[in-house]
Ligand binder design. Sequence first.
Ligand code: SF4
Ligand code: SF3
Length: 544
Amino acid sequence: MFCYQCQEAAKGTGCEVRGVCGKSEDVAKIQDLLIYTLKGISDIVVKGNLQATDLGDVNHEVLKSLFMTITNANFDDTAIEKEITKMIALRNDLRNRVNALVQEELHDAAKFEVSTKEDMLNKAASVGVLATENVDVRSLRELITYGIKGLAAYAHHAFNLGKENVELYEFIYEALAATLNDSLSADDLVALTMKTGQFGVSAMALLDEGNTSKYGNPEITEVNIGVRNNPAILISGHDLTDLEQLLEQTKGTGVDVYTHSEMLPAHYYPAFKKYDNFVGNYGNAWWKQTEEFESFNGPILFTTNCIVPPKSPEVKSRIFTTGAAGFPGCAHIDADENGRKDFSEIIAMAKALNSPTEIESGKIVGGFAHEQVFALADKVVDAVKSGAIKKFFVMAGCDGRMKSREYYEQFAEKLPKDTVILTAGCAKYRYNKLNLGDIGGIPRVLDAGQCNDSYSLALIALKLKEVFELNDVNDLPIAYNIAWYEQKAVIVLLALLYLGVKNIHLGPTLPAFLSPNVAKVLVETFGIGGIGTVDDDIKMFMGA
Ligand code: SF4
Ligand code: SF3
């Protein structure tokens, strides 16, 4: 196996024996083969000039397949094998729709056949990341592929909410097919990388529209971080439609629902406030789940990443997955043909188990997505004009278990008191409980929501640019110090680059998949940088 798609890539270069994330060699290999199959489908669509509007379920299955390969989403080799078989069948149907001349030009990815797991593992050995020999081409192909994975995850949530944009599917096919094309130059691939960012913005906008049109605009909300004395279910991941179904099915049952990690921002949506069994948020970012699931005592539902392979069989028996998430030995709940999921097994388990053990108490505040911040715009603008707010720091993205991420907590603590942190994603857990105070009633940590709500942060920046009548978004007093972990952060980064944001600092380490030459392009064109020490970086950002 060889995988270097996330920030934890072994030795900063890549996992070769087993993933630091816990992914086995077999899972890594068959995930590579699933991606290769999707590239084959894209090759047929592009060369055969098929219209995405005529592909029906293929579009949605491609989103789901991509999502299944995101870091910490799916560790279930049987589920991934099934997905490969399904996608090969869909691929072969598509191939039969194009004429014989086109069929002759198709890439091996559009034609290979495998029937057993052994076949799959054998085939996977020659189609992974290292199959591209030139390190710069490999780097760009993977950067695009990881961006597409993040984009697909967001488009998948939007689809669950009833929102689709056919241009996103068209672009996914264009981009994945391009990663098979040996005649493209590095410049072509750099241009495609920027285009990936452009469609990343569209995917986040679509998801934002899906979430807000269904559940209302996030608003300032205090979220309880303590517990009540009822049996309870913990829900994690990013899919709000799963949460809605769980709340509908648990209301009146005496079973409470708590959010974990990236599901916390659900509390900010007006539509979920009507459920009085929707109690609060339990715990912190994904990587703390090993201990926090232990003390939660009740069942846990994963709607997406990030799963940490459970060590304790008792905890494992309480874990359920749905959607693109999966873990071998944990029950997986599929939707019926109407999209309905039956969570009765989880509810019954909750009733038989103890209520959560309290690990903290109090409240945290969030809900600062675009509409809420626009409503406060006058206050914010006055604070900037009077000098009460000197600078905003976008500290969005992911949290993770590496010790070096303590940097972000210290950075937030040491920032001058006349600065405000704009956050989104699970990165927030490094500073959302620090009590950093407020500036004239504006909290110093403004949480917009999940990682996809980084879109809100971009809208806020564009709004401020308009209010201050600036020509360039980089003239605003906003610095970007972003933490990344998985591929959703890759699409967020590409989206920001597409929107023209420069001088983004990325940490705790730069991606292993950036070759020295590709990294050089990003540094020279966009001013991308890494992180240094907390004190030096604060000086650098404040002086700039
Ligand atoms: Fe390693 Fe990350 Fe790939 Fe897991 S997802 S195998 S930790 S690079
Ligand atoms: Fe977190 Fe996985 Fe990225 Fe959605 S839950 S931000 S790491």
